[in-house]
Design a protein around this ligand. Structure first.
Ligand SMILES: Cc1cc2nc3c(=O)[nH]c(=O)nc-3n(C[C@H](O)[C@H](O)[C@H](O)COP(=O)(O)OP(=O)(O)OC[C@H]3O[C@@H](n4cnc5c(N)ncnc54)[C@H](O)[C@@H]3O)c2cc1C
Length: 326
């Protein structure tokens, strides 16, 4: 039995794992996909500018530093295992995970649990328009596009939040001819992202909603859209479509585990304790007053959650940080 079992191997879960090992606890991180979280699954090619110590680091590289650091501290890590269930047992908890490839079931007993599932088992929001279903990643993505797939192509990016703006920048930098479509009358991303797409002079259509995708034999030909108040629909020729209009989080499993949630997030206190004793949470999945969804806060909360799990499992007479400094 592990002293701590961490669900999710993104920045929050991996940092929690490292801190558990700094406290010499036995710890296992279980991830539903590739370890590294959103850094690898959503924006691997994007530069990150707000990780202290690096004024610019590509997301995939930052993720590999995280993983290597955790491995060097002997955090046990398994990928491609999605945690489906969590039950209370006399001596702690039991997690049930399913291998996403073989569908084989694995059970893990643990004395405490840290939930670090980020966006959770989230489903990207779809356009729900004719032509969308059945398109593969060769024609459409709901993530940030791979540079190799968009280089030299006509790319339409739907969504004017940070994800859409960053996808537009990445595609532009890869040599694509990019057009942005935003349903609102302005972009909703950060100023710095808006400035960049302005500097790149990326054409954009505000107040515009996609109505259909023209598809021929699995390839996209054009995107049909309607701008509010315009007499005629818009036809944008397109080889590759990027849809970044958010994600619908599915927290059904977490609710089944008896953990109190607020909207689509887990409520925690300043110690990253959830409403269930022995279960802690950290990263994008949690909410508390003043929460920011960032790499740095995810990691910081991972550290706090690990120390709270240590207090819960080991019950030391007092918690000091001094032993971590040497
Ligand atoms: C396009 C984009 C760009 C961004 N750029 C920046 C940036 O420049 N700087 C910055 O600070 N932040 C940025 N962010 C935000 C940052 O990536 C997140 O705040 C951070 O990844 C949160 O870390 P996390 O560990 O909480 O979650 P995640 O990174 O989402 O990791 C969660 C992990 O849990 C796993 N998981 C989920 N469900 C299960 C399950 N049931 N069983 C097992 N595993 C599961 C997932 O596979 C995933 O690996 C960006 C986000 C996006 C979308």
């Amino acid at each position: 039995m592990h002293e701590v079992l961490i669900i999710g191997g993104g920045p929050a879960g991996l940092t929690a794992g490292m801190y558990c090992r700094m406290r010499k606890m036995t710890v296992l991180v279980v991830d539903a996909g590739r370890v590294g979280g959103q850094l690898v699954s959503l924006y691997g090619d994007k530069p990150v500018h707000d990780w202290p110590g690096y004024h610019r680091i590509i997301a995939n590289e930052l993720a590999s530093h995280f993983v290597r650091h955790a491995e060097e501290l002997e955090v046990e890590i398994v990928g491609n295992r999605k945690v489906m269930d969590l039950a209370r047992r006399d001596e702690g908890f039991e997690l049930v995970a399913q291998d996403v490839v073989t569908r084989e079931e694995h059970r893990y007993p643990a004395q405490s649990v840290i939930v670090a599932i980020g966006g959770g088992s989230f489903e990207p929001r779809k356009l729900k328009v004719p032509g969308e279903d059945g398109l593969t990643e060769d024609a459409l993505t709901y993530r940030m596009p791979d540079r190799s797939r968009v280089a030299g192509k006509r790319v339409v990016v739907v969504g004017g939040g940070d994800s859409g703006l960053e996808s537009a920048q990445a595609a532009h930098e890869a040599g694509a001819k990019v057009t942005l479509i935003q349903v609102l009358e302005r972009f909703t991303g950060m100023e710095s992202n808006i400035d960049l797409v302005n500097q790149m002079e990326i054409p954009r259509h505000f107040n515009t909603r996609v109505r259909a995708i023209e598809v021929d034999d699995g390839s996209i030909r054009a995107v049909m859209a309607q701008t509010k108040g315009a007499p005629e629909p818009l036809r944008l020729e397109c080889d590759y479509l990027v849809v970044n209009i958010g994600a619908a989080v599915n927290l059904d499993a977490v609710k089944r585990w008896g953990i109190e949630v607020e909207g689509n997030l887990i409520k925690v206190d300043g110690h990253m304790r959830t409403s269930v004793e022995g279960i802690f949470a950290c990263g994008d999945i949690v909410t508390y007053e003043g929460k920011y969804k960032l790499l740095l806060t995810a990691s910081s909360e991972g550290c706090v959650a690990a120390n709270s799990a240590y207090l819960f499992v080991r019950k030391p007479q007092r918690l000091t940080m001094g032993e971590l400094y040497t």
